[in-house]
Design a protein around this ligand. Structure first.
Ligand SMILES: Cc1cc2nc3c(=O)[nH]c(=O)nc-3n(C[C@H](O)[C@H](O)[C@H](O)COP(=O)(O)OP(=O)(O)OC[C@H]3O[C@@H](n4cnc5c(N)ncnc54)[C@H](O)[C@@H]3O)c2cc1C
Length: 591
């Protein structure tokens, strides 16, 4: 079934529909197969460069475990280490060769971040805050002059970049920033305000700063600001729970004169620019999470095979096996979705923000589960600072908070999907008129809607994905087929029932988002395993097992979420929370 209303969709050479969003389409009951199958492969030339970068990273980092632990305790990365990162070219990973960088694709960059994160989260964060967000605006929206002026210094690491959005009163509600830029007569700007918790704040020299430039809330503009300018100051290093060696400080601007040529993009477009940067940069955190999970799996399996209790290796116990298998499923699924999103970005897909949000939510939460379970397998050792587990748990805790909290991203996923479903309904309402005025367009929309309703009534379309997956995964393909139709159906029901008020139904939205997450991640897993060649070896057989296990787990979760969208205790739950909050404490005691 094809219910894409946009007749002007543009396929690329790989057969991708560059205008389509796979994730949004799920909310109207459609699986955009052409954007999932075949699963992308890395370009052979880039693979060669990646191998070289990965080898030099291994050579440099493999003996640094004790240093990383010391820098975590001291809460600082020594200048000599930053200099080594510069010499390895790690600040120029995504900067084109013409400006002195390595010019990796998003996928290639994600793979390098994975490698770096498997050694140390703080080291990875120093690099990703620079590349994924700090100077990404310059790459995406900068003028030729701005690029020529800054990119060579950013590629060499002579300048380190930071992204300055958050303020004390403005976190998730990013549009509410108070930092202000006022335009002067000569076209320059005067910038005042304070940003908090800025990664690379203390070691950065190049800040992408978001400030209000209009009276309407959310009317922001973006500027490049150099640390050396008069009026720019950084605060003391924050004393953090994790990623302690990475620099986090406030950055303040006291009547800083910003030249006209340092405005990024158009005046008033700052909020859109900030969101585009965050969307484009999400695979950095995703890749980092995958690297962390791989490190945890290596640690946990070694521990489980070495530790003996009750006369056996603990690896022999069912409850430990369950944990190790789950870690592998979570890692494989995260890798599959992160890699797919990187491919969308590299291919020039125009609408990947929901897929990117899904990859960030899934991979960051999977990393936290994996870190906790690795620590659990290590038992008491896991709790001791002598071993790496407690640091990994502390370091991974931030992943679901920065660059969009899991709550905000789930709401974004559901709202964007619902909007897509609403767009179809609105077009339907508009085009009822057109049936008479413009019969071809009007009837086209009506028949598409009728097609979708039909698919919801008879969800099992047994031909879908049948040619794309191996016979052994046909049942799994049917799971995604069925639940995509179900998501389309409940999105439609909720939209009709609540209209615009759906925004306030956060628990229903969370369930919709979780169904979409399971569908999109599961489809990426299915596509990846389907693209593997049946080599008859264990790796292939076990990848099939991973796809089957993930699909069964996803099916159970989706079932539960679907049931609870219709029948739940949400009102009681909210009322209880309201009571507890009004008491400002737990009100019961056994005394
Ligand atoms: C170590 C660290 C590094 C950081 N680095 C940077 C950086 O480099 N640059 C930068 O600009 N910022 C940075 N940040 C800031 C980070 O992006 C914010 O902390 C994050 O966006 C969340 O904002 P907040 O902390 O103000 O939480 P709040 O927005 O106050 O949220 C608190 C809780 O309420 C939930 N919540 C908020 N709104 C809603 C809603 N509408 N519905 C339901 N739940 C809601 C949130 O999910 C969260 O659980 C960093 C933060 C940390 C801790």
């Amino acid at each position: 079934m094809n219910i894409d209303l946009d007749a002007s969709s543009t396929p690329d050479s790989d057969g991708l529909d560059l205008d389509a969003s796979v994730a949004k389409s799920l909310f109207v009951g459609r699986i955009t197969e052409e954007n999932l199958f075949p699963y992308p492969r890395i370009d052979a030339d880039e693979a060669e460069t990646l191998r070289m970068v990965a080898n030099s990273l291994d050579d440099f980092l493999q003996d640094k475990g004790e240093d990383f632990r010391q820098w975590d305790r001291e809460s600082a990365q020594p200048e000599a280490f930053l200099q080594s990162l510069r010499e390895l070219g790690l600040f120029g990973l995504i900067i084109p060769g013409d400006f002195g960088g390595i010019g990796l694709s998003n996928a290639g960059y994600t793979r390098v971040v994975e490698q770096l994160s498997s050694y140390d989260s703080s080291a990875a964060l120093t690099v990703t805050a620079h590349s994924s967000i700090g100077m990404k605006g310059l790459l995406l929206f900068g003028t030729d002059e701005q690029k020529a002026r800054y990119l060579p210094k950013l590629a060499s690491g002579e300048m380190i970049a930071a992204f300055c959005l958050t303020e004390s009163g403005s976190g998730s509600d990013a549009a509410s920033v108070k930092t202000k830029a006022v335009k002067n007569q000569d076209g320059s700007w005067t910038l005042s305000g304070e940003k908090i918790w800025i990664t690379n704040g203390g070691i950065g020299d190049f800040y992408t700063v978001f400030a209000r430039t209009g009276n309407d809330p959310g009317e922001l503009s973006a500027f490049f600001v150099e640390r050396s300018w008069s009026g720019v100051n950084t605060g003391a290093k924050e004393d953090k729970m994790g990623i302690r060696a990475s620099s986090t400080t406030s950055v303040s601007f006291s009547d800083v004169r910003v030249p006209a040529e340092n405005l990024l993009g158009e005046e008033g477009q700052g909020f859109k620019i900030a969101m585009s940067i965050l969307n484009n940069g999400r695979t950095g955190l995703g890749g980092g999470s995958v690297g962390g999970m791989k490190a945890c799996i290596a640690l946990a399996t070694a521990q489980a095979l070495e530790r003996k209790q009750f006369g056996q290796n603990i690896a022999e116990f069912g409850l430990i096996k369950e944990k190790i298998a789950q870690m592998a499923i979570d890692c494989f699924a995260s890798e599959s979705v992160v890699w797919m999103v990187a491919h969308y970005i590299d291919s020039g897909c125009k609408d990947y923000s929901v897929e990117a949000a899904i990859s960030k939510v899934f991979a960051s939460e999977a990393m936290q589960r994996t870190a906790n379970e690795a620590l659990q397998i290590a038992g008491g050792n896991g709790f001791m600072k002598e071993f790496p587990y407690e640091q990994i748990v502390r370091d991974s805790r931030i992943l679901t908070i920065f660059e969009g909290t899991s709550e905000i991203l789930r709401l974004y996923i559901a709202l964007s999907g619902i909007k897509e479903a609403g767009r179809l309904l609105e077009e339907l309402a508009e085009n009822v008129e057109d049936v008479f005025n413009d019969p071809i367009k009007g009837l086209g929309v009506l028949s598409e809607y009728a097609g979708r309703r039909l698919a919801q009534i008879t969800p099992l379309r047994r031909d879908r994905m049948v040619n794309s997956v191996p016979a052994t995964l046909r049942d799994e393909a049917l799971i995604y087929d069925k639940y995509t139709a179900e998501l389309g159906r409940v999105a439609d029901v909720l939209l009709r029932r609540h209209g615009r008020d759906i925004v306030d139904k956060q628990l229903a939205m969370r369930r919709l988002a979780d169904i979409a997450i399971d569908l999109f991640v599961g489809l990426c897993v299915l596509a990846r395993v389907s693209s593997m060649t049946d080599s008859g070896d264990a790796r292939y057989e076990q990848a099939i097992t991973v796809a089957k296990l993930f699909s069964q787990q996803a099916k159970r979760r989706m079932n539960q979420n679907l049931r609870r969208i219709m029948r739940n205790e949400d009102e009681d739950l909210k009322q209880l929370a309201q009571y507890i909050s009004s008491e400002r404490a737990y009100p019961w005691d056994v005394l």
